[in-house]
Every structure is written in C-alpha cells, then in structure tokens.
Design a protein around this ligand. Structure first.
Ligand code: PLP
Length: 430
C-alpha cells in the first residue's frame, strides 16, 4: 500500500471482500457495538476457547482427581502438549517450548538460570524503552546475585524516544555484558527488532541472549531455533486470545536441555518419575524442566481452543494480513491529513514492514483524552502514557471497514474538540 490508498469506505469493503481470513471473525465474540483494537492487550474470546474452557470445567465436574490423567487432553502433560502445539508459531522444536507461568515469572525462571555474573562480566543489557516488569525483574535478579542494579543493568538509549537501533544494541554488547534481554517488539512504538542479527552478534561476543516475545507471539512468525536464541518468554492473553491472566509460555534452546533450572520445582521433574517423590533432582529433558508447580488448568484450558484457531489460520497468513492492516491504518491516518497541524497526530511505528510488529502507535499531545473519546465512540484503543494510543487490528477478527471507522473516529474526536476538554489523566488500568 502507499499514500495513494483510496480513502473511501468502499475501498475498505473491497479489501474485506478479498480477505482470505475474513471468515474467522465469526468464531469470536466481538463486544457489541465496538471496534475492538485492543487485542494486543487482551485478545477476544473465540467460541473454540470457550468450548475448551467449559470442557475443563466439565472434566473437573465429572472426573475429579482423575482429570489429571483422563481429561482430554490430560491435565498432567498439558504444559508439554500445548508447548509442542505452540512451537511452530515461534519456530521451535516441540520440546523447546512449554506452556507454564506468565511472562514475568518465566523471565525470573530463565534469567536466574542463564545469568551467570562473574569477574569482569556482570552486566545485563536491556533498553530504556522496555516494559517496566522486565526491568524490575532484571533489577531484582542482579540484586539477588549481589550486584548493583544501577551499575549492572545497562539500558541502551533510544535516539528518538520511540525505537532502538540494532547498531546501538550491538555497540553496547561489551566484554562486561553477561546477558542480553530484549523485547521482540517494543510495547509502545511497535518496533520489531531484528532478532536474528542480534542473536548472532551476542553469540559472537560470548553473550547469552533472550527475548520477551509478549508483543509478537501469535502475530509475527519467529525462527527461534534457527536463529539460535538462548531463551524466550511470552504470554497467551494478547494475540493468542487465551483470556485474562491465561498461562504463558517459555522457550529454551535444545543446546541448554539438561541444565538445572535455578528455580526448580516438582513440575519440572522427569514426568515418568515425578510421583516417585524422591528428593534427588531428575529434570525433564527439554523446556519442561523450567516448570515449577501445578499448572492452573482453568487458566490453561482456553488456550487449547485458541491455538486450534491459530493453527487453522496459519501464522504466515496472519502476519501477511497484519502487515496489510497496519499499513492500511497508517496510510489512512497519513492520507487523510491527520498528521498535519490541524489534527496533531503522529505515527510512532516504523514504516518498514521488517521493523513493524502487530500494532500501530498513534501519538497525540492529548492522547489520554483522545483515547477516552474514542472509547466513548465505540472504538477501543489502548493508551500508554504519556502520548501513545495503540491501535491493533487483529487479523483473526478485525475488518478493514473497522479500521476505516476507527480513523474516522480519530478525525471526529478532534473536529468535535473532545481532545480539549475532560480528564487528561490515564485510567487506573490503561
Ligand atoms: C512486553 C511485556 N512484557 C511483560 C509483560 C508482563 O506480563 P505478565 O503480567 O504476564 O507477567 C507485559 C504485559 O503486558 C508485556 O507487554
């Protein structure tokens, strides 16, 4: 697409008519009367996820304790099975992924294992645009090892406040760096990092590298194994549509299989002998070893159905449509003059497809007010202080006509002066 993209609603409808994935929308519960563009925070419920969630309750109701082995799929190996089902989404071998924990918890489990500070190599490399939870986790991991978070956590600066250059990250991979932890996609701007290049650069320098893929899993394909990434974590409540607080996932490259997790628990034990209850550690072979305790079955079950929908659509078609929809959104915003002085919007997401994740960051000086006004008009965005309105067209359920309507709403909010009045603070959960 380009700035010659037609700005008409008819064009949006024509794009919908040609969309191969359009049929998937009927599988989802889209809240009545809304254009839901917040699936990068909380994806919507599909009928498939609902079915498998209800099935888990039914298994509990009818099987009681026997659900651990007789539920379908059995609860005992659910983390490994869903990990295997998810592996293709991130380009991993089935035993390199396990569904367990949550993004921050898994980060602790993996950083505590892979961060090996030693004389002259104590630093962890991150960026100043990282999601705060990752930074808190890294600070506390450094402190746990007797380090000084102020000194040992190196946060690479952004040149423009939106993005971080791969060149700057590589230049910061100095001899004193023991571990690099980066987001695949920055949560504010939606910039996608070149994970392959960064992994190669880290390994050339003898540095372990992991990624937080919370904003890319399920919308951007990965090749974690081929790139040789050491470890990764992500959640399943955003693009994977498994529900609020649903269980997350982690990836550990096969070359680390057999390593003793720093935070061990019985769920990471060799499955065939877990119930021998012996005290000598015998870890599961693959990523499963990084599980800690009993899986939350009711927060895992929706993921079974959610992954079925994803598998049917296929990650490459999802990525293709996502790129087409984010390009369309950017073109409409720029093509209809919203980035001019009269409207005051700016697009903070990189234009190049290779640097763009699944959402578009629309910036405005009164972003909190604009986000509130959009919501009042039935367009559900996501505000990130101080000036970003994130809009995420979700390939499985967002139509081009809805994107068109959202851009109309961006214009109407300013035309009506709604950015000038009302509360300009964020909500408690924003
Ligand atoms: C990039 C990123 N990392 C980490 C987290 C924290 O995830 P959790 O609360 O599941 O640990 C989030 C949450 O939205 C996130 O977007």
């Amino acid at each position: 697409m380009s700035h010659t993209t037609p700005l008409t609603e008819e064009h949006a409808q024509a794009l919908d008519a040609a969309d191969q994935l359009a049929g998937f929308r009927d599988r989802f519960y889209v809240p009545e009367g809304t254009v839901y563009l917040d699936g990068n925070s909380l994806g919507l419920l599909s009928r498939d996820a609902e079915r498998t969630a209800l099935a888990a309750l039914e298994h509990w109701k009818t099987l009681g304790i026997d659900g651990w082995m007789r539920a379908e799929p059995d609860w005992f190996t659910i983390g490994e099975r869903l990990g295997a089902a998810m592996a293709g989404l991130v380009g991993a071998e089935p035993d390199e992924v396990v569904v367990t924990g949550g993004t921050t918890v898994n980060l602790h489990a993996l950083v505590s294992t892979f961060y090996a500070p030693r004389d002259g190599r104590r630093a962890i490399l991150a960026t100043e645009l990282d999601f705060p939870s990752d930074v808190y986790a890294l600070q506390s991991q450094i402190a746990l090892r007797g380090g000084d978070p102020e000194r040992d956590l190196r946060r690479v600066a952004s040149r423009d406040g939106r993005t971080v250059e791969e060149d700057d990250l590589i230049a910061a991979m100095l001899d004193e760096v023991a571990l690099v932890l980066l987001p695949s996609v920055f949560y504010r701007s939606g910039q996608l990092l070149d994970m392959e290049r960064l992994t190669a650069a880290a390994h050339e320098r003898g540095i372990v590298i992991g990624f937080d893929c919370a904003h890319s899993a399920g919308v951007v394909p990965h090749e974690l194994s081929r790139w040789g990434v050491d470890f990764a974590v992500w959640c399943s409540y955003k693009y994977l549509n498994a529900g609020p607080g649903a269980v997350g996932a982690l990836y550990v490259n096969r070359r680390h299989a057999g390593l003793r997790p720093a935070l061990s628990g019985w769920w990471g034990y060799d499955k065939s002998r877990q119930f021998d209850m012996v005290h000598a550690w015998e870890g599961a072979g693959g990523a499963g070893a990084w599980q800690i305790g009993t899986p939350p079955i009711l927060a895992t079950a929706p993921l079974i159905g959610a992954l079925e929908v994803h598998a049917e659509a296929g990650i490459s078609r999802i990525r293709e449509k996502s790129l087409s929809q984010t390009a369309y959104l950017i073109d409409l915003i720029e093509g209809s003059g919203l980035t001019g002085a009269d409207y005051g919007y700016a697009v903070g997401t990189p234009a190049e497809t290779s640097r763009r994740g699944g959402h578009v960051a629309v910036e405005h000086a009164s972003a909190a007010r604009v986000a509130r006004a959009l919501k009042a008009r039935g367009v559900v965005p996501d505000f990130r202080a101080p000036n970003v309105i994130r809009l995420a067209p979700i390939p499985l359920y967002t139509s081009y006509a809805e994107i068109w309507r959202a851009v109309e709403a961006l214009r109407d909010v300013i035309d009506a002066g709604e950015h000038l009045t009302g509360d300009d603070r964020r909500e408690l959960v924003a």
